[in-house]
Design a protein around this ligand. Structure first.
Ligand code: IPE
Ligand code: IPE
Ligand code: MG
Length: 242
């Protein structure tokens, strides 16, 4: 639900993952950072395909943040070509596995060729319903809220929306994630315990799990352990424990 007050039905969980630690994984092997990103991209397939058995219907993964442009040009362009390669190599398999792919984030700064491939993958998989995979690319939570506010303000300026009618649900309807339920669980790999501008609004009542494993080493078994820990948490949503 847009206001995050209703827990997900069993089997309909939304898990969001901050896939962190590719650079350190490569560094430990004396290899360039891009080598770690390539290994990280290969991990995505197993995690996506583990979702149905684990009761995860929605999976949202953080691939590139609005702050990641601060990295060297070599790393940024390497990542951008990796995204193109991922789409090219995985499209047929995602379609076959029943995965519906969506992208969130600001597309304006992305290469038009990449945006075209993203649009195509979204359209091509739009009939799928087994797993809803959302890829956050040039995504930042604050940027998303700012862009949503711009769209909302335009509606107000055009006289189609009354200022007094604006509530949390109205704003949620303008976010990139408007068609998705709020995440139940946010996992971050690599030992960092911060959210780095990921799904700020949507995670109001998410549970967090920070694991030490670096993303290229994160297996479906690690994923299953996160879900098992999650199942033991007592989610209260502001009420008294039941
Ligand atoms: C996460 O891995 C992937 C992206 C941010 C694109 P990092 O590249 O942040 O890896 P570390 O944190 O430097 O190890
Ligand atoms: C967050 O990781 C972004 C992605 C995983 C895509 P970062 O590595 O960019 O975050 P910080 O800089 O450590 O906070
Ligand atoms: Mg990092």
């Amino acid at each position: 639900m847009a206001d995050g007050t209703v827990p997900a039905a069993a089997g309909d969980m939304h898990v969001a993952i901050i896939m962190d630690g590719n650079g350190r994984w490569a560094q430990r092997r004396g290899r360039p950072r891009l080598f770690g990103h390539q290994a990280g991209a290969r991990r995505v397939r197993d995690i996506v395909e583990a979702c149905p058995d684990l009761g995860v219907r929605y999976l949202t993964i953080f691939a590139f943040s609005t702050e990641n442009w601060k990295r060297t040009q070599t790393e940024v362009s390497g990542l951008m070509s990796l995204f193109r390669r991922y789409i090219r190599n995985e499209a047929a398999r995602l379609l076959r596995k029943g995965v519906r792919v969506r992208f969130i984030g600001d597309r304006v700064r992305l290469d038009p060729k990449l945006v075209e491939m993203m649009d195509e993958l979204e359209a091509m998989t739009s009939g799928n319903d087994t797993v809803h995979l959302t890829i956050a690319l040039n995504y930042g939570g604050r940027d998303e809220v700012a862009r949503a506010t711009q769209r909302l303000a335009r509606e107000v300026a055009a006289g189609r929306l009354a200022p007094d009618a604006v509530d949390a649900e109205t704003l949620a309807g303008f976010l990139d994630t408007h068609v998705l339920p709020d995440p139940d669980l946010v996992i971050r790999t690599s030992g960092e315990a911060r959210i780095s501008n990921f799904l700020l609004w949507q995670s109001a009542y998410a549970e967090y799990d920070f694991v030490d494993t670096l993303w290229p080493d994160f297996t479906p078994e690690d994923f299953a352990r996160c879900l098992s820990r999650f199942s033991k948490r007592d989610r209260r949503f502001g009420a008294v424990a039941g």
